[in-house]
Write a protein that binds this ligand. Structure first.
Ligand code: FES
Length: 206
């Protein structure tokens, strides 16, 4: 293992050394830690890939999954991810996080950059969750937006637009609940607000 303290700064990304190429090749898959992340390194098709080891669906360790044709399958609920980008093939799971990899003089360097799951990304995930009727995706996107400091009116507006568009399909009642929950927010503790907002989208009532 190389010195974890050594850090090299590139123009846009901060790469850190995490392992020797030879040890990743020998192991096939191994877990390293950098910048607060547990990261799975996979040696596959003579390349090394780095992906956040926590499955974005429910947190199963991805290094226990299997890889075929550059597709990583989590062994809990069998969500599949593109090893290169972390993008999922199963919308209910969410996208994983892949990190840039560079090999330098026999050492694996990775850039564990800040999350690319921006509020804009989470906005799209909320729409995906509503359109597909996937409550877990809706819940996670609301929690992530509020945690990122997005005003509750934004995800509320997303639900409102969606509900108005689909009110004939059953969102009429849902719009009432959605609005009631929004009205409750100022009276709730901060920790309870995301839960209330989630109930406002309660897909079972739509
Ligand atoms: S925890 Fe990975 S697919 Fe569910």
């Amino acid at each position: 293992m190389v010195n974890m303290v050594a850090i090299q700064q590139s123009a846009q990304q901060k790469f850190v050394p995490v392992a020797q190429v030879s040890e990743v090749k020998a192991a096939g898959v191994m877990v390293v830690h950098a910048e607060g992340y547990a990261i799975a390194l996979f040696h596959h098709n003579d390349k090394i890939y780095a992906i956040d080891n926590r499955c974005p669906h429910m947190g199963f360790p991805l290094h226990k999954g299997s890889v075929k044709d550059c597709i990583l399958t989590c062994h809990w609920h069998h969500a599949r991810f593109d090893l290169t980008s972390g993008g999922t093939f199963d919308i209910w799971a969410d996208d994983g996080r892949a990190f840039p990899v560079e090999l330098r003089d026999g050492t694996v360097w990775i850039a564990p950059s800040a999350s690319n799951h921006t509020p804009g990304y989470q906005h799209q995930r909320l729409l995906d969750g509503l359109e597909q009727g996937i409550s877990l995706v809706v819940a996670k996107s609301v929690i992530a937006q509020l945690a990122a400091g997005v005003k509750p009116t934004e995800p509320f507006q997303t639900g409102l637009d969606f509900g108005v568009r689909y009110r004939r399909e059953g969102w009429g009642t849902g719009l009432t609940i959605h609005t009631c929950m929004m009205q409750l927010l100022p009276h709730l503790a901060a920790d309870d607000r995301s839960r209330a907002m989630y109930h406002g989208y309660d897909l079972d009532t739509m």
